[in-house]
Write a protein that binds this ligand. Structure first.
Ligand SMILES: [Zn+2]
Length: 383
């Protein structure tokens, strides 16, 4: 017999019928009664202890751990080939102290979020986060984040192929109370395939898709603004579409996929990549301030930030692939009512991209164990 204790399934002392002696009906009944009473006692407690009612996952495509933890890279910010002086990036973001630099780059993240939760991936402090897929590019990374495992043989390109694997978004969309309450907003138009919108039934608003909930102005701007990349919209639009949907439809599980950091890095525009990271930090601020000022979300929402892959070191920052060393290194940050602030020391260890999906489900009270390859739950910062 299995009784649900918190987020784990724990075997109880009750033996199955076939192991009990013949005629032991009374003992069996007593044991069953105990188990039922125990279950009744345990379940409401577990629900009371877990305060997460909603989860928001935000990804910043290919934002390196180096920038997150140490701010702008001295090898790149002083090189006018990557950071032309007129970008103003050197003046605004450079200082000799790495902790000051990271606060200049992502002030909301470091001043308001980090002191409250879990930030993993500072390799200088012994906190290692890696992807487990061999490819080191986007579709395999997002699939690993959302499905909870690498599938190197089948997920090996960025082509618009429907994901054969179920993601945690699809799994949650099938759970009682969550059906129709799971949605995704992404800048990149491959996400409807990664999340397999057609099979999963999860609303995926990607690239220049219109959305009635977003209102006429945003929908018109989306069509009228210049679009610098094929199949990618500006992150500001993705962000505002997601916010409008949050306000009007009140999803319980929301995924937001930003993309500009990766696009500018591929163009070898380090200064512009830095500006994109700074803007994204401000979008996260706007999102989190809405969450924390809104009934039903305040102190009931867990926010998870991460990235699909890393990038090369130094001048190789523009690239990521299986040949690029460093592109396997990522970071994960988690904040919410069920997470305690952890120090550098407690964030030390080895963690993996494939652990995010199970953690998301567990925070909502579900056991995401539909595939044996799914990574273990992240327990850092949990009581
Ligand atoms: Zn990517």
């Amino acid at each position: 017999m299995l009784v649900r204790v918190g987020n784990a399934l724990t075997p109880t002392a009750v033996e199955p019928f076939w192991r009990s002696g013949l005629g032991d009906d009374v003992i069996i009944m007593k044991k069953l009664l105990c188990a039922v009473m125990l279950a009744a006692l345990v379940q409401p407690l577990a629900a009371q202890q877990r305060q997460t009612r909603n989860v928001i996952i935000v990804t910043l495509d290919g934002l390196r751990w180096q920038e997150l933890f140490t701010g702008v890279d001295s090898a790149l910010v002083h090189d006018i080939r990557y950071t032309p002086l007129q970008t103003g990036v050197k003046d605004e973001f450079w200082t000799t102290s790495p902790t000051e630099r990271r606060r200049k780059l992502m002030p909301f993240f470091w001043d308001s979020l980090a002191p409250t939760g879990v930030v993993l991936g500072d390799r200088n402090a012994g906190s290692l986060v890696d992807i487990t897929n061999v490819h080191r590019f986007s579709y395999p990374g997002y699939s690993e984040i959302l499905a909870g495992f690498a599938d190197d043989e089948r997920i090996k390109s960025n082509n618009k192929v429907p994901n054969p694997n179920v993601t945690v978004l699809e799994f949650l969309n099938q759970q009682p109370g969550l059906r129709g309450k799971v949605a995704a907003f992404t800048s990149w138009d491959v996400f409807p395939h990664i999340i397999n919108e057609e099979r999963s039934g999860v609303l995926v608003n990607a690239a220049s898709e219109p959305l009635p909930d977003a209102g006429a102005l945003l929908n018109r701007l989306q069509l009228q603004l210049p679009n610098p990349w094929n199949g990618v919209r500006h992150d500001a639009l993705t962000h505002q579409f997601a916010l409008e949907y949050l306000r009007k439809q009140r999803p319980r599980v929301l995924y937001i996929g930003f993309d500009e950091t990766d696009d500018f890095a591929h163009e070898r525009k380090y200064g512009t990549y830095i500006r994109a990271a700074r803007r994204t930090d401000d979008m996260v601020r706007e999102l989190w301030q809405w969450v924390q000022s809104t009934e039903g979300y305040r102190n009931a929402t867990t926010l998870i930030l991460t990235t699909d892959h890393g990038r090369g070191h130094g001048e190789a920052f523009s690239n990521h692939s299986r040949e690029v060393d460093g592109a396997q290194h990522i970071w994960i940050a988690m904040f919410g009512p069920d997470l305690r602030a952890v120090t550098n020391q407690n964030a030390a260890g080895q963690f993996y991209q494939n652990q995010i999906a199970r953690t998301v489900a567990s925070l909502l009270g579900f056991n995401y164990d539909i595939d044996p390859r799914i990574g273990a739950e992240l327990m850092v910062g949990r009581p």
